[in-house]
Design a protein around this ligand. Structure first.
Ligand code: FMN
Length: 329
């Protein structure tokens, strides 16, 4: 293993996935291993009006969060930025991330997310208007472009001329959505042109992949974990060099599954949403810690009560019991 300890692993923003109940469940289970304690939260959209309703920011309430969070915003409306930034400051945040990467067509067609990348002059005018008045530091998360990876060059020139905290890059283009592979050649060509610290995001889903990345890009010290950690919640621990016995993995996985249920219930979501979220995670889990054929059984369930019964039988535990035994390192 190469110098993985020098890297900070950050939970990537994933709308509808890495929200506060997920983050808290992960922390509850894995925080004693001290391998990932920061996240950029999924985007909140900029909204009109002079005041942001607090219900819009529920995911970001400090009382709801065990992880250290940097909030993320999505939008291109300069006038809507300041009320949002002030609301976030009032919640205690010091910086905010601007989403220039969202590839969803309906978003991009309104020149939001990665749909702004073909318009560097619009990015410049947004930054011109918001930065002088912003009570928060600003970072951005970008792709290499929307239609073409050539779009990044003028965008990088613009970003270089503003005081940003960092630039996070997910090296795909918008129209690719999540297809193909992260473009490390594209990343390599843009790095020498970047003036700000670079945070990386994309396809780090195993220790081997992380090692390849670190070998090629030893200067990048902050790396986001997205789909990789959803599939394998142990990934940040593995990347920190922590290994578990098969028995401990099973035990910890059980703790995590129970924490997920507890946290989504505690968030007061409708029962069907709680169930859908559990199914979503089970559809992604991958590893020897997953009981064979589990998702096939879980995807058919129609109530949380059934889930508690079936999943409990699969894992050999009472899913609702209050006591979890987290193995020590
Ligand atoms: C379901 C889903 C939701 C996402 N939501 C966001 C988001 O809200 N903000 C953002 O900047 N990126 C978002 N992303 C992109 C991820 O943060 C990340 O850059 C991307 O998944 C690549 O990293 P990975 O291969 O580690 O998953 C999302 C990705 C997925 C798959």
């Amino acid at each position: 293993m190469i110098a993985e300890k020098a890297v900070e692993w950050i939970l990537a923003p994933m709308d509808g996935v890495t929200d506060f109940p997920y983050r808290n469940a992960w922390m509850e289970t894995f925080q004693s291993y001290s391998c990932m304690h920061k996240a950029v939260s999924p985007f909140v959209t900029l909204v009109p009006g002079g005041k942001v309703r607090s219900s819009h920011l529920r995911d970001l309430f400090p009382a709801n969060n065990k992880m250290e969070i940097e909030p993320q915003i999505l939008g291109n409306e300069e006038d809507w930025f300041l009320p949002m930034a002030e609301a976030l400051r009032d919640l205690g945040y010091a910086s905010v991330n601007w989403n220039l990467g969202c590839p969803v067509r309906q978003v991009a067609h309104k020149q939001r997310g990665s749909g702004l990348l073909p318009y560097p002059e619009r990015i410049a005018s947004f930054l011109d208007r918001v930065l002088p008045a912003s009570p928060l530091a600003l970072s951005v998360k970008i792709r290499l472009g929307y239609r073409s990876a050539r779009e990044i060059y003028p965008v990088m020139e613009v970003l270089n001329s503003y005081p940003l905290k960092y630039v996070a890059i997910h090296p795909r283009i918008g129209v690719q959505l999540y297809g193909g592979q992260a473009d490390w050649d594209g990343l390599e060509s843009i790095l020498p042109l970047m003036k700000h610290p670079c945070v990386y995001s994309g396809d780090i889903d195993s220790v081997g992949r992380a090692e390849c990345f670190r070998r090629r890009f030893p200067g990048i010290r902050e790396i986001m974990l997205g789909r990789g950690v959803i599939a394998d919640p142990f990934l940040p621990c593995r990347l920190a060099g922590i290994s578990f016995s098969a028995e401990d993995e099973k035990l910890l996985f059980r703790c995590f599954v129970r924490a997920l249920l507890r946290q989504y219930r505690r968030a007061g979501l409708p029962e069907q949403t709680v169930l859908q979220r559990q199914k979503l995670f089970w559809s992604k889990f991958a590893g020897t810690f997953v009981p064979e054929g589990a998702f096939e059984q879980i995807k058919r369930l129609s109530s949380v009560q059934e889930y508690v019964r079936v999943c409990g039988a699969l894992l050999g535990c009472d899913l609702e019991s209050a006591i979890d035994e987290i193995p020590k390192t």
